[in-house]
Structure formats: structure tokens, C-alpha cells
Design a protein around this ligand. Sequence first.
Ligand code: CTP
Ligand code: MG
Length: 280
Amino acid sequence: MNAGTATPFNIRFGPKEPRIGSDLWSSEHTSIRSARLVNYWRIVWLVVNPKQAIVLVAAGSGSRLGMGVPKAQVRIGDATILEHALRACLASRIDAHVCVVLPPGDDTLRAVVDHSGGPSVTVVEGGVTRQASVRAGLSTLPSTVRYVLVHDAARALTPPEVFRRVLQTLMDGAEAVTPGVAVADTIKSVSDGCVAATPARAGLRAIQTPQGFTLELLRRVHSETSDADITDDAMLVESLGVPVRVVEGHPEAFKVTTPLDLMLAEALVRRAREHAGEQQ
Ligand code: CTP
Ligand code: MG
């Protein structure tokens, strides 16, 4: 993406934060020419020596959304779910290699990735389960990668600060990190049609993505566990007894799962567009 282009997306996410995850290119530059030169070398460095990666899983079918096309192809306003998700990854301004996991043979989505404009973006074909898709993404990551963020493309409108918070917590020493938000409803566990227990709401969090891990840990847990009921990567790490740090998520990082979620996402994108119009 051209850094100077004022897209509705840039406006949606507000002013730019400094880049994160790059030890080389963090200083301020006084002239446009030196800034351009530094940006050029930053991209070269990122391509040959990425320290962070984002695995963006977008290979699901979207059966609960029921639109008759893979969920990542479904539009929210002016762009597909995959375009929004990719823009969100790039807007985080994390110096990361991005691996997008797509449904096998989906040329429509491949074209979306080709036009993303990200400096280091690759595609891999996904598997039958989310876990298989994540594993496919992990298997392609360069050995220079230390931290990996696994993100659901279906959380298409995730604000940049959630990505940054997760990576910063890893850089501060955590091995596994997940964003979470407080739950509004009272949650009960139910068995045979009857309430079995009511966990205290204050201790509950609805878990989101991107979830962050050291690459070494995530590769290890994925190679050791294969279970159809695994719905996120933190579950795998928990099963090994490794602590998973919880950081604040964001209400707009909700997952587009049902038609009602899609209506909410469309309303948010429309509001951002109107806001952008007012600013011009
Ligand atoms: N996903 C994936 N590969 C799969 C299944 C899911 O990459 N085999 C991805 C989805 O594309 C999505 C994320 O995992 O970004 C979360 O999955 P979910 O919300 O369940 O999406 P779908 O599986 O597409 O939806 P559904 O379960 O309704 O079919
Ligand atoms: Mg699914």
C-alpha cells in the first residue's frame, strides 16, 4: 500500500503509529529523501530477514454466514473480508512477513493478495480444519522469524493497537499472548439441558485474535497435537501448561461469523466512510 495515499482505511485507523518490531529503522528522518531511502532498506531487510510473521488464516468456507462463497470473498462495504483483514495487518505497522492461508485453488482471493501492496506477503493453501490451515502457514515461515501472530481473517476490522499490544507483550518476554474482552452476558455451562455451573463473570474473557507466540513454541505444539475440537492456538499451548498472557482486545475485533455480524461490520465501515467524508 502506498504510504501517502489517503484511503478510507487510513482514515478509519487514524494517525500512524511508529513502526514496531524493527531495531534498525526506528529513528526520525529529517528529509523526504532520507526517509525514502530508509524505507527502501527497511523493506529489503524485512524480505531477507523477517523477525516477525503474521499468519492470516482465510481458508474457511463460511458455512454459518451462508453466502455461498468462501467467507473471505464476502464484501463488507467497498472491500472483501480478506482485503479488510490484510489492510488491518499492514495498518498495525509491525515489520512482519505476512503469510495468507487461502482455500485451495481460490484464484479470486489469490488476486486480492497479489494487489495488497504489502512488502512481504506470500500465499499458502489451507486445510480442512483451522488448525490444519495454521499449520500450513507455519510450515512456510522463514527460519529468521522469532514471533508469530496468528490472525483470523474473519476478524476483518481488528484495530492496529490489538496487533501491537500482542507483539509488544511477546517482545517483553511472554511466550504466548491472546487478546480478550470482558463478557457482557452471564455465561453458564449446560449439561443434558440443565445448568451445570455459573462461572463468575468477572473472571471470564471472550478470546480474540491475533494470538502471538514464539515460533518455536507454536511449531512444537502444532506438531504434537491434532484435535478437531481445537478452536484457537492458545488452547494448544494451555494443554502443555505454558502460561498464556491475556491482553486487552477490542470490541471491533469481533469475528464475522453470522449474517448479524456482517450487518454490524457493514455499519462500522459505513460510519468510517461518513467520518472520512466529513474530514475532507
Ligand atoms: N479457517 C481456515 N481454514 C479452515 C477453517 C477456518 O483458515 N479450514 C479460518 C477462517 O477463514 C477464519 C478463521 O479460521 O478466518 C476462523 O474460522 P471461522 O470463523 O469458523 O470461519 P469459517 O470456518 O470460514 O466459518 P464456518 O465455521 O461458519 O464455516
Ligand atoms: Mg469454522
